[in-house]
Design a binder for this molecule. Structure first.
Ligand code: PRX
Length: 676
């Protein structure tokens, strides 16, 4: 059995954390008024009586708002002297300068001090009913042992550690151990292929990789260590690989490998936390953009943690003692902010979900809600759409009376799925919060809550900005649209503490992608609609990024792989509307003149290549072989036309006068009919 190793009853808490923690509660205890009930640190903010006036205050007095929140929500080693020093047009974003803190102390030690036996993690393993609970005391011990182990093996402040693990306590302890010793973590989704992993390890220049021997998902075993072996071969920076045993099956160990749990047992359960500057890097997380190369989004210490904690508490109305069930993988930002950092900073109990929504049957989520008494459930529309097709009986079999809030994230939630989630899953009594945000925003930015508990929620709309967030819509000329209703490019007009600071090793790309399109604003890459009431609805990406089952992928990344096939001359990949996945992948492929492979064989070969070089979810659902792609006379592929062709919206093809060869369109229409 894979349990948190070596747990003793010793309580570990550093003296400064104890001091700060005491004063934190002294201050909290004094406030008693309505605003205090809403948000204790808001007491005394001028004109703030309720949630909407607090939102207004947080935007117009951003520095006062965030300073108060940072002082009261985080434990500092050294107080900050400057709340913010930001210039969005230059890509300069700094929060809480002068301050020092340790993220793992904020997530662990201060809770160990008051409630060591409170459950921090519920590891919902693949087999239902085999969950393992880890208390704050145990998690701190695991983290400290691991922090000491990393230190003993030469990992220093600023070094990058890549974590290639499914959701599990040791993965969380690995993240927190990095935070404890000042190392930067780089969690790579354990569904990524060896090549995708290697690319991320190389870009991050990681010296250390942490993994498990095997993964277990939906009853199937995956050879994660073997994937790491293949990746590490092409990564000269890697000096050591720590291997934890998720299953009992031994794996071949190389000279670089060490048995993580065995080594952890040799370590002390006390690990002195590193004092980190607010703007030191906490983690990198690779995500897709519109070029073929994934970008390492950089988040820093204090601002990220504060934003994750505040959004976790207020968007979901998280109360002490609640069980928070975010079913995202820790390899994505949702797992970082709402399975790990937000809940733990708040001293919460958080679920780590290892399985799938339909294993062993489509009742899995709701059986888990009943068994673990989950109060807030946070998942992706793609899973909701899948489950609603199986019927209400899979939900109604289980007691869901503990549920208080239902969250949705990652992609637009269509009205049918929203209503089913609300009516069937939540019995019509739980608010559904459709939360819009991104890897780059660090936490939720647009969401129906917080607001007056009785305030309306419109199905399928993310609705209202979170505290400190000021969304704007830009028209095609780059001007801010002030009227309602309106549509436009979604930008955020003010910096907020949780936002990304840069792209690892490429600040220029950060500036070009987010700051230059609309100088002075953060450009999100999404389009949005604003209703006459001022509510926001996200309409989808404006760039060549698509969203497959809530997984973000650049079409250029897939094209890069397809074009590597020796028979392929060129390709164009687009997203199309898919019932369950939200978007599917459609690839148009032009073969070289001398290619003599059968199309069926080639399709298989291309799918294998995408799966091997990226991940399974990126594989095309359709591959259409065409003689040529529709291009402008200057040689640019007209993706707009391809999208319309696949949607069979022939009336919407628009202006084709710039097409180099209009016959290309007719050929594609014919081929598409035959394929689908
Ligand atoms: O297009 C938006 C979509 O997901 C993108 C961000 O993807 P990622 O960085 O992987 O983070 C996903 C989890 C936060 C956004 O640019 N997206 C996210 N949430 C929503 C959404 N689209 C519509 N509605 C949402 N609630």
């Amino acid at each position: 059995m894979w349990l948190p190793c070596g747990c003793t009853s010793k309580t570990i808490v550093t003296s400064y954390a104890r001091r700060v923690f005491k004063s934190y509660f002294r201050v909290f205890g004094r406030w008693k008024c309505n605003v205090a009930a809403l948000m204790p640190e808001a007491v005394g903010f001028e004109g703030v009586k309720d949630c909407s006036s607090l939102q207004e205050f947080s935007v117009s007095n951003s520095a006062s708002f965030w300073a108060a929140a940072a002082r009261h929500r985080l434990s500092w080693i050294k107080p900050f002297h400057t709340v913010q020093d930001c210039d969005l047009s230059l890509g300069r974003i700094k929060w809480f300068e002068g301050g020092q803190l340790n993220v793992s102390v904020n997530c662990l030690d201060r809770h160990v001090h008051t409630c060591p036996e409170r459950v921090a993690l519920i590891w919902e393993r693949d087999e239902p009913g085999s969950e393992i609970k880890v208390t704050y005391r145990q998690l701190l011990e695991m983290t400290c042992r691991l922090g000491n182990l990393l230190r003993r093996h030469g990992v220093k402040k600023g070094d990058c550690v890549t974590i290639y693990m499914p959701p599990c306590p040791l993965a969380v302890a690995s993240m927190l151990a990095c935070a404890r010793i000042g190392a930067v973590h780089n969690v790579v989704f354990a569904g990524f292929s060896a090549e995708a992993l290697a690319e991320r390890i190389r870009d991050a220049q990681s010296s250390t990789v942490i993994t498990v021997n095997q993964g277990v998902r939906a009853g199937k075993v995956t050879e994660l260590k073997r994937t790491v072996d293949a990746a590490v071969k092409d990564c000269p920076s890697v000096q050591q690989v720590l291997v934890a045993m998720r299953t009992e099956n031994p794996v071949t160990m190389t000279a670089k490998d060490m048995d993580m749990e065995e080594e952890m047992l040799k370590e002390d359960v006390v690990c002195e936390p590193e004092a980190m500057d607010s703007e030191d890097v906490l983690f990198l997380l690779y995500t897709s953009g519109s070029t073929g190369k994934p970008k390492g989004v950089v988040h820093t210490q204090a601002g990220y943690l504060l934003y994750a904690a505040l959004t976790h508490r207020y968007v979901f109305s998280y109360q002490d003692g609640d069980v928070f069930g975010c079913v995202a993988d820790i390899g994505w930002i949702t797992g970082h902010s709402y399975s790990v950092y937000g809940p733990l900073a708040n001293g919460g109990t958080t679920v780590l979900f290892e399985s799938t929504p339909i294993y062993p049957d489509p009742g899995r989520y709701w059986e888990m809600v009943q068994r673990l008494k989950i109060n807030q459930f946070y998942g992706a529309p793609t899973a909701i759409r899948l489950l609603l097709k199986y019927g209400d009986q899979w939900v109604q079999k289980y007691d869901r009376s503990t549920l208080k809030t239902l969250g949705s994230v990652g992609e637009p939630i269509n009205t049918e799925a929203w209503e089913w989630y609300h009516r069937v899953v939540g019995d019509g009594r739980c608010p559904v919060v459709d939360t819009w945000w991104q890897t780059e925003t660090g936490g939720i930015c647009i969401t129906p809550r917080p607001s007056d508990p009785d305030a309306e929620i419109v199905p399928g709309m993310a609705m209202r900005p979170f505290f400190g967030i000021k969304p704007v819509l830009m028209d095609t000329e780059g001007k801010v649209v002030t009227s309602n209703p309106a549509s436009g490019a979604l930008c955020l007009a003010q910096p907020w503490p949780g936002m990304a600071r840069t792209i690892h090793n490429n600040h220029q790309r950060f500036i070009e992608t987010y700051c230059q399109p609309h100088p002075g604003y953060f450009f999100t890459g999404d389009g949005a609609y604003r209703s006459k009431e001022g509510y926001y609805q996200i309409t989808g990406r404006l760039d060549d990024v698509i969203n497959v089952s809530g997984h973000r992928i650049g079409t250029a990344e897939i094209e890069d792989v397809v074009n590597q096939c020796s028979a392929v001359a060129e390709s164009a990949v687009i997203g199309y509307s898919h019932d369950i996945k939200g978007q599917g992948v459609y690839a148009f492929v032009v073969l070289k003149k001398d290619a003599d492979d059968q199309e069926a064989d080639l399709s298989q070969q291309l799918n294998n290549m995408v799966s091997k070089k990226i991940a399974k979810y990126a594989c095309p659902d359709f591959i259409q072989f065409v003689q040529r792609l529709p291009k402008t006379r200057s040689g640019k592929i007209m993706r707009r036309v391809l999208r319309k062709l696949v949607e069979r919206d022939l009336d919407g093809l628009g202006d084709l006068s710039t097409l180099d060869d209009p016959a290309a369109v007719q050929e594609i229409i014919q081929g598409h009919r035959e394929l689908c």
